[in-house]
Structures are given as C-alpha cells and as structure tokens.
Write a protein that binds this ligand. Structure first.
Ligand SMILES: Cc1cc2nc3c(=O)[nH]c(=O)nc-3n(C[C@H](O)[C@H](O)[C@H](O)COP(=O)(O)OP(=O)(O)OC[C@H]3O[C@@H](n4cnc5c(N)ncnc54)[C@H](O)[C@@H]3O)c2cc1C
Ligand code: SF4
Length: 487
C-alpha cells in the first residue's frame, strides 16, 4: 500500500477524452491516459484491503492492489510484468472492459472506487511504448499439435498460452482477418486495430500459425468438403491432424425480432452493420453500401452492441438516433446494496454522450414500409406487472425509421460448427463443457475443448481471455499429464 491515507486525500480522476463534438468526426480512439502523477495518486487511493474484492470481481483475477502500489512508486516495469502475469492482453481490457473490478472495490461501498481500469490502460500502453512486451517463445517444443477454431480473445489467449507451453498451435479463422469481435465487432473508436495487429505479431513470433479465411466444419453446398486452399476444412480433418482441438468460435447467432415487416429493406442485425465500418477504416475496397448517413436510425437493444451502433451512426451522420430498451430505466441509487457484485443501474456510454434519444420499457410491434423499404416502426410502452413487462393499453406510437439495427444480443454459437464436431450442447445451445474438475473445458467429444462465448454464451472480452487461459491449461494437462500454465 503506497500511501496509507491516499483514499482520504485524493479524489477519483478520469482519463481526459476528446470533446464529443470533435470525436464524432472520426473513428479514432479519443480517450487519453492518466499522467504519471495522476496514475500515482489514483494508485495511492487503493486501500490494499486484506481481502481484495476487486481481484475477485476481475474475471482474470488481476493482482490489482500490487500494481496499484507499483504505479504509486512509479515502478512501471514491474507493474507491467505483474499485469501480464494474469492477463494476456491488458491493452484490450484497459480500453473496453466494463470494469467489474471497480464495482467490487471496497471504496465503492460509500464513495468512488479506485480508477482500476484507467491504471491498467496506462500500464499496458506504457509496456508497449517502452518495448517491454517481447515474444516469449518456449524453451522446448513438445511435438504436440493443437488446432484452435476462432481468433477472438478466447482463441488468442488460448493460443498464446499453449504456444508458450511448447505446443504447435494453428488458429483457424473464417474471416479474412484475425481478431474475432476485437476486429469486426468493437468499433475502432473504442479499440484501434493496430493493438490487435501487434499482438498477432507477438503470437506469430512465439510460434502460433494463423489460417485466416478458412471456415471449419462447414460444407459448401454442392461442392462437398474442400480443403485448405478453398477456404473450408472438415472437422474430421482437424481431428485427424491435431492432438487436440479447441472450439472458440464465439456466440454468433443473433437474437431476431419476428414482427410484421421484418423482411423490409433497411432492417438489419447490428453485426451486418458494424463490421462494414471497421472494414472501411481498415481501408478495404468494395465494402457494401449500408450507411446511417442522413437516416433516422432506431437501434433496438440497450447493451454494448447497441451502444456501438449509436456511436457508429452518429459518426456516419445520421439524422436522428433513437435506442430502445425493453426493460425499465434502472434506478441509480447512490448506495447500491448489491456490492461487491455487478449492480443494475443506469450506464451511459461515451456513444450515448455523443447523442441519442434513449427510450426504456418499449417493445417494437411492427416495421412499416413503402416500396419494400422500412420507413417507420410501431411500438408500445411497457410496464412491470405481475412479474413481467406488459403492454400499456393505448400507449402505441409510431416513429420514423429509415434504418433499424437489431442489437438484442446473441442467443448461442452457430450450431453448424458444434454439429460438425458432434459436440453436445447445453439447454441454451452453447457447447456443453464444465470449467472445473479433471475434465475442465472438455466437451462430450474426446480431445475437443471449448472456450469463450461459444461455451459460456455472449459475454465480455475479459471473460474470453480467462476462458482461453484456463482452457489452455486443461489442454496442456490433457496432452502432457500435468501443466505448469497458470490456472
Ligand atoms: C458489437 C460488439 C461490441 C462489444 N463490445 C464489448 C466491449 O466493449 N467490452 C467487452 O468486454 N466485450 C464486448 N463485446 C463482447 C466481446 O467482444 C465478446 O464477448 C468476445 O469477443 C468473445 O470472445 P470469443 O473469443 O469467445 O469470440 P469472438 O470474439 O466472437 O471470436 C470468435 C471467432 O471465431 C470465428 N469462427 C466462428 N465460427 C468459425 C468457423 N466455423 N470456422 C472458423 N472460424 C470461426 C469467428 O469468425 C470469430 O472471429 C462486444 C460484442 C459485440 C458483438
Ligand atoms: S480486466 Fe476488467 S475487471 Fe479486470 S482489472 Fe481490468 S478493468 Fe478490471
């Protein structure tokens, strides 16, 4: 603990960010870093509680009190080493994690929590700018080969851990670029893709091979199963060629809204819209023309994905942006009795700050159109009644809408991948695999493992990293009989 009275002396401070009127003119990141002095004072606010609830709140169990202290002492190199000991990619979480650690911070019981995420952001970027992040190739190779399906944070974390344990790792990715939702879901203004690129370079230097543009387990209609060169590979071929297979294909099946007019042009899933902008930012040619420019945009769904649709629509110059949420607007009490757990309260993202009309307790009942294109939607207001949200009679209204983005979450992984391997699913359609015990992360099929959103359902980057790390240990134990990889 750097300064015993730090939490009494210093207020919580936020990272500086570009003015919202300026940042909506571009797609770059707009959040700065704490200065060294600010980071030291923010680190000094940590009370080094006997029981660090923040570490428990953090899915990768980052050793937060230790690096708070190291930053207070300006020992950035050791702070970076401590941070990397639990988190493969802190520069991702330091940018996009919703920071459940801060909700669990003991200070939050009656005041502002330690600025843990901002400190993590500063440490992670300092490590890169000082060139402390080096490839860590293994001292010896085991001769075992592991295939990983999916290159999101779960697949990447798993690949890095297994490569460092000496295994030959090949990551298969159906998209043309590596990164999963880090690449094609999360917009550049939250996470610039150069951060993903330099991690991939590190993984390659550690021995990981990447096969982008290869869809695993899918058959091309009429063509049968083709091999690597044509972009698909059969599950059986992977099982034959590798000693273990890790499925980390994410939860890509979006929740639909089956109401009249769903087929009208201009009604899209969020993930039909967001990746296009990431591709344009990446400089791709021939990106399909789906824009919010000059349109009344209605985003249906109040989570992260919906918020990213708001930010992207505003940057594209939408005429208006409205976001609907089915549930009631959460209260925001100063004291939230659910500490140290994740509280349900009103959250305003940077994209919301940039401008959107947010409307709660609303259900869309129909899309209206002209000439096959959506022009408006019909909705009704809801209230909590007898244990569920029910329509308020007479509250129906119509809203102009030229572009509707469905951002109501993801129900499960795409089944065809699990079916191709014959993997048993749980009641939600995720790959069935426990996380603990001797068969942790193992699916019902011998030598096939599962991690990330494909196993736990739609979640967070930090949970995907945790699962990738833990799954790597399980695979290492399966291949070698024991493992020195961290749990
Ligand atoms: C728009 C959006 C914004 C988000 N914002 C945040 C945020 O701000 N903070 C946060 O913590 N979380 C956020 N999330 C959630 C987070 O991105 C995910 O929880 C996380 O990426 C899951 O990691 P994963 O590795 O399990 O899967 P994914 O990142 O989904 O990666 C899976 C990869 O597997 C590939 N794949 C699937 N099937 C096959 C196949 N058959 N063959 C080959 N490859 C295949 C996919 O193409 C994909 O690249 C967001 C999600 C979305 C959709
Ligand atoms: S990864 Fe997320 S939960 Fe963990 S310390 Fe960082 S911000 Fe907090």
């Amino acid at each position: 603990m750097g300064k015993i009275t730090g939490f009494l002396e210093f207020e919580r401070e936020h990272e500086a960010s570009e003015d919202k009127r300026e940042r909506v003119k571009h797609y770059r990141e707009f959040v700065g870093h704490l200065t060294d002095e600010q980071a030291a004072t923010q680190g000094a606010r940590c009370m080094d509680c006997g029981t660090p609830f923040c570490m428990n709140g953090c899915p990768v169990n980052n050793i937060i009190p230790d690096w708070n202290d190291l930053v207070f002492r300006q020992d950035w190199a050791n702070a970076a080493a401590t941070l990397h000991s639990t988190n493969n990619f802190p520069e991702f979480t330091g940018r996009v994690c919703p920071a459940p650690c801060e909700e669990a911070c003991v200070l939050r019981i009656n005041t502002d929590p330690v600025a843990i995420k901002s400190i993590e952001h500063a440490i992670a970027d300092r490590a890169w700018s000082e060139d402390w992040v080096k490839p860590q190739p293994p001292a010896r190779r085991t001769g075992r080969r592991v295939a990983i399906v999916g290159s999101g944070p779960a697949g990447l974390a798993c690949a890095q851990q297994l490569a460092r344990a000496g295994h030959g790792v090949v990551v298969f990715e159906k998209n043309d670029r590596i990164g999963g939702l880090l690449r094609y879901g999360i917009p550049d203004f939250k996470l610039e893709k150069s951060h993903v690129d330099r991690r991939i370079e590190q993984l390659v230097a550690e021995g990981v091979a990447f096969r982008a543009g290869v869809c695993v387990g899918n058959q091309r209609p009429g063509k049968g199963i083709t091999d690597w060169a044509t972009g698909t590979i059969a599950a059986g071929k992977l099982l034959g060629e590798f000693d273990a297979v890790v499925l980390a294909g994410g939860a890509e099946q979006p929740r639909d809204l089956s109401v009249p007019g769903r087929d009208l042009e201009g009604v899209h899933y969020a993930m039909e819209f967001l990746p296009l902008q990431n591709r344009r930012v990446a400089g791709d040619a021939g990106v399909p023309d789906l824009w919010a420019t000059g349109k009344h945009v209605v985003v249906i769904g109040g989570g992260d994905t919906g918020s990213d649709c708001v930010g992207t629509s505003n940057r594209q110059g939408a005429k208006s942006v409205t976001q609907f949420e089915l549930l009631a607007r959460p209260d925001d009490p100063a004291f939230n009795p659910v500490w140290p757990y994740w509280p349900i309260r009103l959250r305003t993202s940077s994209s919301h700050e940039e401008g959107a009309r947010r409307d709660w307790a609303v259900a869309t009942s129909e899309f209206l159109g002209e000439g096959g294109r959506v022009t408006a939607l019909k909705a009704v207001r809801l209230k909590w009644q007898e244990g569920r949200m029910s329509a308020i009679p007479g509250s129906e209204f119509t809203l102009p809408a030229d572009l509707v983005l469905l951002a109501m979450g993801f129900v499960s992984p795409v089944r065809s991948l699990l079916q191709a391997f014959g993997v048993e699913m749980d009641e939600r359609g995720n790959a069935k695999a426990a996380t603990d015990g001797a068969s942790g992360y193992a699916t019902s099929v011998p030598k096939v493992f599962a991690a990330g959103d494909l196993r736990r359902g739609q979640s967070l980057v930090v949970w995907a990293i945790r699962e990738g790390r833990q799954c790597a240990r399980a695979v290492d134990e399966f291949l070698m009989g024991s493992s020195e990889l961290p749990r």
